[in-house]
Write a protein that binds this ligand. Structure first.
Ligand SMILES: *Cc1c(COP(=O)(O)O)cnc(C)c1O
Length: 380
């Protein structure tokens, strides 16, 4: 195996991570909903202006909670972009929903809102837009269609924390939104997530579902004198040790986001001419959007070139990766009756996409190594 010169991702403690974990242990409570979890909730609520934020064990679990909260049942349909992570769809299929895969736009790789209305039927229960690479979806159109048809919107905002659409934070449009703090995301605690609840009517039940179907949260607030089993649910609370690590990352919000902006800008400036010359598509950030600087991707002209570029970089110790495979062509997708040709844009871009190394202390000199290696790549 070649030695790694520039890895694709790595976890980076940036401030008080170790100190806060020590404090959590010394506080004598490291289960869920301790002091650091509350700090994380308050941080998300006040920074984003959401009604309620609840940490979860993952974004996957926040999506599963969303499906339970929306009472998704067998036979319901849920509209999901074809180009996303498995959990976006699996969380709803677990409740018996049938996934309706929508193709994505060729420019932002986000759900193609021009195809949305035609996909709605009387069985549609939810639309789950994913803000790919932290660049917002066309939220005006999506919310307008959803509201006219009385369909809930759950934003999968795993990539998009602190991104904005027309000046408003991503994750504040749908009734619900989900965040990920997996090690590959901008802010991380290894494995973790959050459910953002914009619809106040869903807050109390969300607390119950997250606490194994009990009214334990109300009990701890003194609102009931004993706690008991009142609904379905599961154990979706992360340990306060993870919240301690995460809160230390949150405290570095400005530093993390401004560093990531620099990384993104440097790739973009350095690769623009090369990309134009070789027919490589760089990310599209519409004027009215502020991206979250989650990743830097490129679309090579063909699958063969994409695979060769990944190998070319790997031979030089640089780790780049491709991303999602079209969900409709997976074993599960085909089981729902989908076939090749159903989502042509996703089928194409999934073959062409490459993601470059991107993490919270990636240096300018490492980025130079990546870009120099890219310049040496032979297209012929
Ligand atoms: C990372 C990711 C998830 C899953 O996040 P976990 O916290 O690992 O469960 C879901 N959706 C998208 C779009 C993601 O990128």
């Amino acid at each position: 195996m070649e030695t790694i010169r520039v890895d694709f991702n790595r976890p980076v403690p940036l401030g008080n991570e170790y100190e806060y974990i020590r404090q959590a242990i010394e506080s004598g409570r490291i289960s869920g909903d301790g002091g650091f979890t509350k700090k994380c909730h308050t941080f998300l609520e006040s920074e984003l202006g959401v009604n309620k934020a609840l940490l979860t064990t993952s974004c996957t679990h926040a999506l599963e909670m969303s499906a339970i909260l929306l009472d998704i049942k067998p036979g319901d349909e849920v509209i999901i972009p074809d180009f996303t992570f498995v959990s976006t769809v699996n969380a709803f299929v677990l409740r018996g929903a049938k996934p309706i895969f929508l193709d994505v736009r060729a420019d932002t790789l986000n759900l193609d809102e021009s195809k949305l209305e035609a996909a709605i039927t009387p069985r549609t229960k939810a639309i789950v837009p994913v803000h790919y690479a932290g660049v917002g979806c066309e939220m005006d159109s999506i919310m307008d269609i959803a509201n006219r048809h009385h369909v809930a919107v759950v934003e999968d905002n795993a990539h998009g924390l602190f991104g904005k659409y027309k000046g408003k934070y991503l994750g504040t449009f749908g009734s619900l939104a989900t965040q990920s703090f997996h090690e590959t995301k901008n802010f991380s605690c290894g494995e973790g997530g959050a459910l953002l609840i914009n619809d106040p009517f869903l807050v109390e039940r969300a607390e119950i579902i997250r606490e194994k179907g009990t009214n334990r949260s109300r009990f701890f607030r003194g609102q009931v004198d004993k706690y008991t089993w009142v609904d379905i649910g599961s154990s979706y609370l992360p340990s306060d040790l993870l919240a301690a690590f995460l809160y230390a990352q949150f405290e570095q919000r400005e530093r993390i986001q401004s560093h990531r902006k620099n990384v993104w800008d440097m790739y973009h400036a350095g690769l623009k001419d090369w990309a134009e010359k070789h027919g490589v598509q760089l990310p599209c950030i519409p004027e009215d959007r502020e991206q979250a600087y989650h990743m830097f991707y490129m679309l090579l002209p063909t699958l063969d070139l994409r695979q060769r570029l990944i190998m070319h970089l790997r031979e030089r110790g640089i780790y780049s990766v491709f991303h999602y495979l079209p969900l409709h062509l997976s074993d599960m997708g085909q089981g729902f009756g989908y076939k090749a040709g159903d989502c042509p844009v996703t089928e194409r871009i999934s073959d062409q996409l490459i993601r470059l190394p991107f993490y919270n202390d990636l240096t300018g000199s490492d980025q130079e190594l990546v870009m120099d290696a890219i310049m040496e790549f032979k297209f012929q």
